[in-house]
Design a protein around this ligand. Structure first.
Ligand SMILES: Nc1ncnc2c1ncn2[C@@H]1O[C@H](COP(=O)(O)OP(=O)(O)O)[C@@H](O)[C@H]1O
Ligand SMILES: [Mg+2]
Length: 225
């Protein structure tokens, strides 16, 4: 197995008493589906943001493919080329159509507008929304928005997808469908998937579950293969 992401002694405190990430060391292998499960306020979003280089830790090192990214530009390149993001609130641009929300991720990375459009249409089809290509987020349901956000996350064929409470704004039936989609993508494309959540249902689908409380991993268990 190849190590994709490594955290070594990583800490991030907000004011002395809020330990969002408290001396966390962690190794994630390529192809894993890791759920980071813990209560609200335990520091999950902060940990995920540190993994993506969006927030810098106070202490510790992060390695991707064995290399420590250096500086903002390095992180920005890694994020745009090798990572996809899925958020609780979808974070689609409201003035753009579904298709354009996916295409925009590829600017500067995939050459040619026709190739970007072809890829975006293909991804819309993969998430079952090709018939919604010209719709704006306000004309779509929450579940549809999240499927478009997942298509967007896949746009540059990332090796890693980071999802922060991806079903937090969805009803339980829609949540199931989104989880099914993420699980299928993880299996069929061997994408490494890290999902932070306070919901048990997501954790039960993961190949590895980290329980996260007050900035610490308190257990690390194998789940579904
Ligand atoms: N930028 C910030 N400044 C100060 N405190 C913060 C900041 N971001 C998060 N926190 C605090 O850190 C703790 C962990 O937050 P967060 O990582 O969002 O947890 P979770 O995602 O598990 O709900 C919370 O107490 C939160 O209020
Ligand atoms: Mg959070």
């Amino acid at each position: 197995m190849t190590e994709l992401l490594k955290l070594s002694g990583v800490s991030k405190h907000y004011e002395p008493h809020i330990k969002a990430v408290d001396n966390v060391s962690l190794s994630i292998q390529e192809g894993e589906f890791v759920a980071i499960h813990g209560p609200s306020g335990s520091g999950k979003t902060t940990l995920l943001n540190i993994m993506a280089g969006i927030e810098r830790p106070d202490r510790g090192e992060i390695f991707l493919d064995g290399v420590e990214p250096k500086g903002i530009q390095d992180w920005s390149r890694i994020r745009s080329r090798h990572m996809g993001f899925v958020f609780q609130a979808f974070n689609l641009l409201p003035t753009l159509t579904a298709l354009e929300n996916i295409e925009i991720r590829m600017y500067g990375i995939v050459k040619g507008s026709s190739e970007r459009e072809r890829r975006a249409l293909d991804l819309l089809q993969k998430v079952g929304l090709e018939h919604r290509a010209d719709h704006k987020p306000s004309e779509l349901s929450g579940g549809e928005c999240q499927r478009i956000a997942i298509a967007r996350a896949l746009a540059n064929r990332p090796k890693l997808i980071l999802a922060d409470e991806p079903t937090g704004n969805l009803d339980s039936k829609t949540s199931d469908k989104i989880l099914e989609l993420l699980t299928t993508l993880h299996r069929s494309r061997q994408i490494t998937l890290i999902v932070v959540t306070h919901e048990k249902e997501i954790a039960s689908r993961a190949s590895r579950v980290l329980s996260y409380v007050d900035g610490k991993i308190i257990s690390d268990t194998k789940g579904n293969p």
